[in-house]
Design a protein around this ligand. Structure first.
Ligand SMILES: *Cc1c(COP(=O)(O)O)cnc(C)c1O
Length: 399
């Protein structure tokens, strides 16, 4: 045993020496703009709970009711005896919300990406990814065995070069046409910028590729219907595979795919992360459904409006102090620092000053591009923004 742990300690020392060691921080309170960490209450600018729904009374109540009727556990995988009414109700609500024929929920966004890409693509196919897509998409693409091609972040020109090449491949021996799947995010999780979605949609139509769009960071507050960026741009109907998470703006946990009924039926039959995993607990499904309903309500609209106003105000105030952001952004506001140690130091200083903002380092972002990842939520007040701006401008050195 000791030889084993000695080896692992050596590996941990290597991670530590590079300034890349990660540790858990125990939070003693519910998700909110204030969280209790290490015995102190900190102003929280780190959560993906964009609309402040994670501890909303409507979601709590839905979860409690589901527990009272269906219990704490779901008992088995969906395809055995775990396909409970709350899962079906959630999926009906998601399909209606996203205006698709059908929807399927998974236990996490990670399981959604991995299960869906591997269900659709095989070794004769090509998966084309934006350089900055989430790890779950990279892992799904690798696991599928398909040829992997990466285009520079948000670069439709490079994407077109890859699609041209992919289009020219010979048919596979069995006669099935080799398929090409483009996967991108609508809003990028660590940069907060948006994909050039209209261009990507025209390219995928031009070359007959399929498109999977991960709206993890846009669902709930983009567009008139708060369905996401595809809806805001009016291109949802042209996207074969619409993905999202239930654990961010929607306030619960899990992931989903919305699309044609045939797509959902293929996933039920082929997505291994769906088939070989216990169904999400009823409370999670019921809370997620309440989250989707809340997003569509007048309260959802006003929460989204407040979120946009807060994000705009923060960017404007930080911009005055020389920080730069993409013109069209989101609730994610990265403060790029560069060196890993410097970003860690800046996060520690902000924590000392009573503000919780995480430093994001390699491998989540590229080496030398470490940053403070600020996220705003509908719960933040102008005084919170002022406090963050004050502490950042006095304490954090710009790159
Ligand atoms: C968070 C995230 C996921 C994973 O979702 P989980 O529900 O947290 O597993 C997938 N894609 C993107 C872009 C994400 O930000």
């Amino acid at each position: 045993m000791s030889a084993f742990t000695d080896e692992l300690e050596r590996r941990l020392d290597e991670i530590r020496a590079q300034g890349l060691l990660r540790e858990l921080r125990r939070v003693e309170s519910a998700q909110s703009t204030r969280i209790d960490v290490d015995g102190r209450t900190l102003l929280n600018f780190s959560s993906n709970d964009y609309l402040g729904l994670a501890n909303h009374p409507a979601l709590r109540e839905a979860a409690i009711k589901a527990i009272e009727k269906f219990g704490a556990g779901s008992g088995s995988a969906r395809l055995v005896c775990g396909s409970l009414a709350p899962h079906h109700e959630l999926e009906e609500t998601l399909a209606e919300f996203k205006q698709t024929e059908s929807a399927l929920s998974f236990s996490s966004g990670y399981a959604t990406a991995v299960g869906t890409i591997t269900a659709l693509m095989g070794k004769e196919d090509v998966v084309v990814l934006d350089k900055l897509v989430h790890a779950s998409i990279v892992d799904g693409a690798r696991l599928s065995g398909a040829k992997l091609r990466i285009f520079s972040h948000n670069d439709p020109g490079e994407l077109e070069d890859i699609l041209k090449w992919a289009d020219g491949r010979a048919p596979v021996p069995e006669g099935r046409r080799p398929r090409t799947l483009i996967v991108t995010e609508s809003v990028f999780s660590m940069d907060g910028d948006r994909a050039p979605l209209k261009e990507i949609v025209s390219l995928k139509e031009k070359y007959g590729a399929w498109l999977m769009l991960d709206e993890a960071h846009a669902t709930g507050y983009f567009g008139e219907g708060r369905r996401g960026l595809a809806d805001e741009l009016g291109v949802s109907g042209q996207i074969e595979i619409q993905m999202g998470t239930l654990g961010k703006a929607l306030g619960s946990a899990g992931g989903y795919i919305c699309g044609a009924r045939a797509l959902i039926n293929i996933l039920i039959n082929r997505a291994r992360s769906f088939i070989f995993s216990t169904a999400p607990v009823p409370a999670a499904a019921a809370a997620a459904r309440a989250g989707v309903e809340l997003v569509q309500s007048a309260e959802g609209k006003s929460r989204a409006e407040k979120l946009w106003a807060t994000a705009g105000e923060l960017k404007q105030k930080l911009g005055v102090n020389g920080w730069k952001f993409p013109a069209a952004g989101s609730a994610i506001i990265p403060l790029i620092i560069g060196e890993e140690g410097a970003a860690m130091g800046a996060a520690a200083e902000l924590r000392e000053a009573g503000i919780f903002v995480p430093a994001v380092r390699y491998p989540t972002v590229a080496r030398g591009e470490a940053r403070l990842r600020v996220t705003v939520t509908a719960g933040h007040e102008p005084a919170d923004v002022a406090e963050l701006v004050n502490k950042v401008t006095t304490g954090v050195r710009r790159n």
